[in-house]
Design a protein around this ligand. Structure first.
Ligand code: F6R
Length: 616
């Protein structure tokens, strides 16, 4: 969480840093700040609120927006409430150093007490202000340069960080470091860009270095970049990666919100996920990460899936798919729970970590634990080069393109697509699926993008339903089998962007408690597609109807039984049961999107949330 941006070079830094912050705002948006060096003075401005508030404040108050060095920060508060003082950048006591930080310094309290004893004072409640003063203290006491002081200070710190530090007495360099939080360095001609991801600098350079955990770099204009290990000072030869990202992918492209754009991108995103991997006519699925480790994966005694949030829901869908097709037992775990119990992991277990961002701290910690215990870790990530993708033994990217709306949409459907392909491959290898069934599944998966486009045509109808139920204080989502995780996901989408309380349940569980909630005020979204326990779900709908609940049915085209009972139905085209989540989830995304827009909520940046959760 938190986005950091920096620039050092020959261009005006202000607009680069400001635009970069806007692109990183998905990472956190409760406060923002910028520090710009104009050749003589540091102009520092920070404020509670969004980057747009920062822009207004900076342009009103700063003596100048000039300068070719600058750093900026957009915050998701951890230590200290979101206010002007706790916002970054933070000065050191002398006013010479200024820092931006994404992460948490866990031993900040001990360090702070030590520094207070030595006469340091603190304005904010943050761990970051402690770190910058620790760096200053090291510089003064050990008479070392900034780079060395940062290194020594970080070796005394426990926690996670991506930082950039600037010393106004040495205005031609920035010192950056990372551990547990991402940091990319864009490399131009005598200029460098620093950012939490590459989006702030893609129009300037397509060459980037992604620092590895435990690495730091001193970037100086006119000089080669030097990367070294923080703990032992050894020099590292950094890998300069060519970026695949383009500007169009990170802009709204005419849509009102990123979330809506990303919902509509799903047909193409899924095609991108299986393009070149699924050869329908030949009846082949080729995935390097799976092919290279086929025996390890196919002979797994058990698959453990670890993930958080929406990715965890994709994991639940995968549990059905793997068990159904590959006949391998699967357990799905919240990464945050898994990492803190003492899980039993056998050497021939395979752990699949699912993460859109590839940076989620709990998922990362879970896979580290699994590796320590000898498991083989397979990552399913969207962000190329992300920490989880690098920490895994093997993996498969979803190739969904950047997902910027905080509520996950295309990440979910592309994760299911990748996991389906993996399950089918393992099933084929293990002989638990017939050749004709295998081919049939590939053909059906290939038809899904067009079917999603068909579901998207129901947008206006879904908008009407949203209007009808937008004032409801609560909402229930029910589904069975493959569509139980979709019910959970539908409820999560509604609560996170509209702040309406919503719960997802397996339809049959309703009578064990939640049915007590049902009255004429309660909208109940029921996924009742023809395949998969249809009659049983129809009975559940009858039970809701008898208690006067309002029913919104997600049904297969041509359905009559549910139509007769429901207040509204949304149709999806027919497909095989295991693929229905790819279709049933679409109307639920649109429903929550429209309700949130109608309620005037900030759909792309819901309160209290951030896109990648890099803290515990
Ligand atoms: C919900 C949402 C979150 C994420 C969760 C995991 O819409 O976006 O629940 O799914 O924080 O994030 P990743 O997939 O990046 O590990």
């Amino acid at each position: 969480m938190c986005g950091i941006v920096g620039y050092i070079g020959h261009r005006e830094a202000y607009s680069i840093v400001l635009k970069g912050l806007q692109r990183l705002e998905y990472r956190g948006y409760d406060s923002a700040g910028i520090a710009l060096y104009d050749g003589e003075e540091l102009n520092l401005c920070k404020t509670k609120g969004k980057v747009s508030d920062l822009k207004d404040k900076f342009e009103e108050t700063a003596t100048s927006t000039k300068g070719t060095v600058g750093i900026g920060h957009t915050r998701w508060a951890t230590h200290g409430v979101p206010n002007d003082v706790n916002s970054h950048p933070h000065y050191s006591n002398s006013g010479n150093l200024v820092i931006i930080h994404n992460g948490i310094i866990e031993n900040y309290d001990t360090l702070k007490k030590e520094l207070i004893k030595r006469g340091y004072t603190f304005e904010s409640d943050t761990d970051t202000e402690v770190l910058v003063n620790l760096i200053e203290d090291v510089m003064v006491n050990e008479k070392v340069k900034l780079g060395k002081a940062v290194q020594i200070a970080l070796n005394q710190s426990v926690g996670a960080y991506a930082i950039a530090v600037f010393d106004k007495r040495k205005p031609n360099e920035l010192v950056v470091a990372r551990l547990g939080s991402p940091l990319a360095i864009g490399i131009g001609e005598n200029e460098f860009f620093i950012a939490s991801d590459a989006s702030p600098f893609i129009e300037y350079t397509s060459n980037a270095i992604y620092l590895e955990d435990g690495e730091m770099a001193v970037v100086r204009t006119q000089k080669q970049i030097k990367v070294r290990k923080i703990h032992d000072d050894s020099l590292v030869d950094p890998y300069v990666q060519e970026l695949q990202l383009n500007l169009e992918q990170i802009e709204k492209g005419g849509y009102e919100h990123f979330m809506l754009k990303e919902i509509y991108e799903q047909p193409n995103a899924i095609i991108d996920t299986y393009r070149g991997r699924m050869l329908v006519n030949e009846g082949i699925v080729r995935m390097a990460g799976v092919d290279d480790n086929i025996e390890r994966l196919a002979n797994a005694k058990r698959i453990l899936i670890v993930a958080c949030g929406t990715s965890w829901h994709a994991g639940l869908v995968a549990e059905y798919i793997f068990e159904d097709f590959a006949r391998i037992p699967v357990e799905v775990e919240y990464a945050s729970e898994f990492r803190y119990r003492n899980p039993i992991i056998y050497e021939n277990d395979v752990v699949i970590a699912i993460s859109q961002s590839g940076e989620t701290a709990d998922t990362m910690a879970a896979i580290k634990l699994a590796k320590e215990k000898g498991a083989f870790v397979f990552g399913v990530c969207n962000v190329v080069g992300s920490s989880i993708s690098r920490e895994s033994h093997a993996g498969a990217y979803t190739h969904a393109g950047p997902e910027i709306g905080v509520a996950s949409t295309k990440a979910f459907t592309t994760q299911i697509t990748v996991l389906t392909m993996i399950a089918l491959k393992l099933a084929k290898h293990r002989g638990t699926i017939s050749d004709s069934d295998f081919r049939y599944h590939l053909q059906e998966l290939d038809r899904i993008p067009a079917k999603i486009s068909k579901v998207l045509e129901a947008n206006d109808h879904i908008k009407l339903i949203a209007d009808k139920y937008k004032e409801a204080p609560n909402c229930l989502y029910l589904g069975r089998g493959y569509n139980f995780p979709v019910a959970l996901e539908g409820a999560l989408k509604l609560k996170e962007i509209s702040y309406i309380h919503a719960e997802g349940y397996p339809a049959a569980e309703m009578k064990h408690g939640p049915i007590a909630l049902i009255d004429e005020q309660m909208p109940v979204v029921v996924i009742a597609t023809k395949k998969g326990h249809y009659e049983k779900v129809v009975s559940n709908i009858q039970e809701i109807k008898s208690r006067k609940g309002k029913i919104i049915g997600i049904v297969t085209e041509g359905d009559e039984a549910v139509r007769d009972l429901a207040d509204y139905v949304i149709e999806i085209p027919e497909t095989i049961e295991s693929l229905t989540p790819l279709l049933t989830t679409i109307p639920l995304q649109l429903l929550s999107y429209h309700i949130a827009v109608m309620l005037g909520k900030n759909v792309d940046q819901p309160r209290n949330l951030a896109k990648s959760v890099t803290v515990e």
